[in-house]
Design a protein around this ligand. Structure first.
Ligand SMILES: NC(=O)NCCC(=O)O
Length: 391
């Protein structure tokens, strides 16, 4: 991991002269209320936890304009990226416990920083073994969304810190024949389970052989109303689907988390673009979370591209960050370390940006609904008007 490039931001800061850096950052990362996104202090307790347990913390704040009739709605959001804690050859329970031990320290740091809403990465409690196409032991990580050990742990942490925690996990649905799903459970600040969302788009690209394990969600685009705000979860590959983002927005989400697992070769140039675009066009905050590190599996697998068999997915590049409805984004965590990214946001900004840009008012939903209704018919003819002078 140590040979990996650390972060774009660090490189910009190292090599670009200060007066130009300010402009470069304005253009790349946007302004919040006419200024660069501000950082906020990290308390000593959180710093000590980070130093002792080898993770980084970055913390920022995104402000809204003061209003006459509404009070600010200040909420601290947190996102956690982590590498696995033990070799993938270790017993399943040991692998789980090693990850849980890391996450506990990071949630403690989030608690010390007063985080209100926290989201973990996609299937945080296990290695991302879906490249292997092997069933065992990987499906043994799947757990009940209500009684599994990972959700019990998350409920305990939510209660401890009065925090809403989103736990993206591999779910075994005991009621439905033990089928497996890629799920995110929303745990309320009292440790209660508010509900769950599932992955709508299952990748069929690269080594992401997830369709071997689970099917697409049938739960739609639920938005969970919590004491800290309205939350949607667009799991990983769903971030390439604009209508998926749109649906969470139209259902009223103020914060959408995108818990992910993706690798440099496949998607890194898209990472900084897609979530920001979604935040800007749907006027909500987005927390983008990617796992970090390289995970090696015991047996080789191929990618179906004629290249040699291998035992790893490639490097999960971390870089977890927040995007804001006003099109600014916060600093990212690095590409190489476990980390906690915190942003204190004012949810009033969502409505303020809606009022400024009027995307919802100008959206032609009836036009798109009609188009899609026609498009999905087997006899659909694409509306192409061909230049009659072409041979
Ligand atoms: N976990 C997952 O859906 N990954 C797919 C690859 C990507 O979307 O970058």
């Amino acid at each position: 991991m140590s040979k990996q490039f650390k972060s774009v931001q660090e490189t910009l800061e190292k090599y670009i002269p200060a007066e130009e850096l300010s402009e470069v950052k304005r253009i790349l990362y946007g302004y919040n209320r006419g200024q660069h996104v501000k950082s906020i202090p990290i308390c000593q307790e959180a710093l000590d936890l980070a130093n002792k347990n080898n993770f980084e913390i970055v913390a920022s704040k995104v402000e809204a304009e003061p209003e006459q009739l509404r009070k600010p709605r200040i909420v601290r959001l947190g996102i956690i990226q982590n590498s696995i804690g033990a070799e993938t050859t270790a017993p399943v329970q040991d692998q789980y416990l090693a990850i849980e031990a890391k996450i506990e320290k990071m949630i403690d740091a989030a608690g010390a920083m007063g985080v209100n809403v926290l989201c973990l990465q996609e299937t945080w409690h296990m290695p991302f073994a879906f490249c292997t196409r092997e069933r065992y032991p990987w499906v043994e990580f799947a757990e009940s969304a209500t009684t599994g050990q990972s959700i019990k742990f998350i409920q305990r942490m939510a209660r401890k810190y009065n925090m809403v925690i989103i736990s993206p996990m591999l779910e075994r649905d005991e009621v439905h024949a033990g089928t497996i799903h890629n799920t995110a459970v929303v745990v309320g600040n009292n440790g209660n389970i508010i509900g769950k969302s599932r992955k709508n788009h299952i990748p069929r690209t690269g080594d992401f052989n997830e369709s071997t394990y689970y099917m697409e969600s049938t739960l739609g685009h639920p938005v969970f109303e919590t004491i800290y705000g309205k939350i949607g979860i667009n799991i990983c590959y769903g971030r390439h689907h604009n209508l998926n983002w749109l649906a969470y927005g139209l259902n009223g989400a103020e914060i959408v988390f995108n818990p992910s697992a993706t690798v440099g070769e496949l998607s890194e140039p898209m990472w900084g673009v897609e979530a920001r675009n979604a935040a800007m066009t749907n006027n909500y905050f987005v927390g983008s979370i990617n796992r970090v590190g390289t995970e090696y599996f015991p047996n080789e697998f191929t990618s179906g591209n004629g290249k040699p068999a291998h035992k790893d997915f490639g490097h999960f590049y971390g870089s977890s960050y927040f995007s804001s409805p006003d099109n600014c984004c916060t600093p990212s965590l690095s590409r190489v370390s476990d980390g906690l990214n915190i942003s204190e946001v004012d949810l009033n900004l969502c409505q303020q940006v809606k009022d400024k840009w009027n995307f919802q008012m100008t959206g032609r939903y009836e036009l798109y609904a009609k188009f899609l209704e026609d498009y999905i018919k087997p006899n659909y003819q694409p509306n192409i008007i061909r230049d009659p002078s072409m041979k």
